[in-house]
Design a protein around this ligand. Structure first.
Ligand SMILES: Nc1nc2c(ncn2[C@@H]2O[C@H](COP(=O)(O)OP(=O)(O)OP(=O)(O)O)[C@@H](O)[C@H]2O)c(=O)[nH]1
Ligand SMILES: [Mg+2]
Length: 372
């Protein structure tokens, strides 16, 4: 908000001065009578302190009104987000640590509030969380002299992208053996994801792969992996009890990479989650990925991401982006969980339908609503 003082012999004149300079949207914040030295001696004058919302402030106010309020206070969420995203660089951040972008100033017209609102509306439609939208609008405000109608989309994409931390999968042939587990809710695509990663690692990277299934819970789960293991010629073992795990890992001592496929668990079922954890705790799992479906709401994803923290997962795989309609939920859960994204999966085809995490790609998904 722009604040300015106006002084005149009458209140009416002071108000007229205010409207002339700040326009009809200006409003009076306070008034007081002051003594002013004039050619005719000391005279009483009226001083008004007035304010006018700048165009971007109006958009921000609209953002606040449009998005339903949830849980904790909005300003707390925003402060927390700013501290996390801008204040403290993350070791997993693959991008510039700040979302302040400093292109060269341009002489063209600054961005209009209509144009900005168009992007705010897109973010709202994509169900991007309110603190993130406000953060983006604040960044646009700070850099408004550099932004014009032709670069605003790139700016928003870069700003969104810098909020998405990513990580990548690394393994060296004949290096130290790596054990990777995938956990997550039921039916999200954990087994399919493991099949894709196993096939790619074998075919493209020529690695020796073993798969251990601990999903003796769901009917047909073992058969699903066994068929894949036969077709792809990848060794597979099954553990029925946590105590069997060390022996199975030993059997796979010649493997470069071991995947552990877990049973899908509802995040509320803490007892079952604990059971799965027993299997993983008994061996030294190097990396655990949480699989989340792109078709779940932000609230569900946040809840799952929180409840599955007991696995101390290192990264998130977002599955089924081909079935997603809006993608703000992916951005929200990555920012909220403070875990990096490692893969996206975009279909049922093994091994083709998997994409290494790319924050620009996700930011574009959020802005365009498309996955291509
Ligand atoms: N459209 C689409 N379908 C997928 C994707 N990934 C997996 N699926 C399908 O989702 C269904 C469940 O996949 P699974 O890999 O068995 O899921 P899961 O998480 O292992 O399931 P549970 O072990 O029962 O918890 C299957 O029909 C898969 O083909 C994806 O990226 N896109
Ligand atoms: Mg499965």
């Amino acid at each position: 908000m722009k604040v300015k003082k106006f002084v005149a012999p009458t209140l009416k004149e002071a108000t007229a001065l205010m409207k002339k300079e700040l326009g009809n949207d200006a409003f009076i914040l306070s008034t007081r009578v002051i003594n002013k030295r004039t050619d005719f001696g000391i005279q009483k004058h009226f001083e008004i302190t007035s304010g006018v919302e700048e165009e971007l402030d109006l958009v921000l106010a609209e953002v606040e009104n449009q998005i339903p309020k949830h849980g904790s206070s909005f300003s707390d969420e925003l402060r927390d987000l700013q501290k996390r995203v801008i204040g403290t660089p993350s070791k997993n951040r693959n991008h510039n640590d700040s979302i302040v972008i400093t292109p060269k100033p341009n002489n063209r017209t600054q961005i209009s509030s209509e144009k900005l609102k168009e992007y705010v509306d897109k973010l709202i439609y994509q169900e991007v969380s309110k603190p993130i939208i406000k953060l983006i609008v604040n960044q646009i405000k700070k850099s408004s002299e550099f932004i014009n109608p032709s670069n605003i989309e790139d700016y928003v994409i870069t700003a969104l992208s810098s909020l998405i931390t990513t990580t990548s999968f690394e393994i060296k042939k004949r290096g130290k053996q790596k054990i990777v587990a995938v956990v997550g809710p039921t039916g999200v695509g954990k087994t399919t994801c493991i099949a894709k990663l196993a096939a790619i690692s074998k075919i493209l990277n020529n690695l020796k792969i073993g798969i251990i299934s601990i999903d003796t819970y769901r009917l047909g789960a073992i058969d699903q992996l066994r068929i894949f293991s036969e077709v792809s010629n990848i060794d597979m073992l099954v553990a029925y009890e946590p105590s069997e795990m060390p022996a199975l890992i030993k059997k796979f001592s010649d493997k470069d990479l071991i995947f552990i496929d877990t049973a899908g668990r509802a995040q509320r079922n803490i007892k079952e989650l604990e059971k799965t954890r027993e299997f993983l705790n008994i061996v030294k799992v190097d990396e655990t990925y949480l699989a989340l479906s792109a078709t779940s709401s932000t609230k569900n994803l946040n809840d799952v991401a929180k409840k599955f923290e007991l696995f101390n997962y290192s990264a998130i795989v977002v599955t089924k982006i081909d079935e997603g309609v809006v993608f703000g939920n992916i951005l929200n859960v990555i920012v909220n969980s403070q875990k990096p994204l490692i893969y996206l999966t975009n279909g049922q085809v093994i091994p083709d339908d998997i994409i290494a995490a790319d924050s620009d790609f996700v930011a574009k998904m959020v802005i365009t609503g498309n996955i291509s």
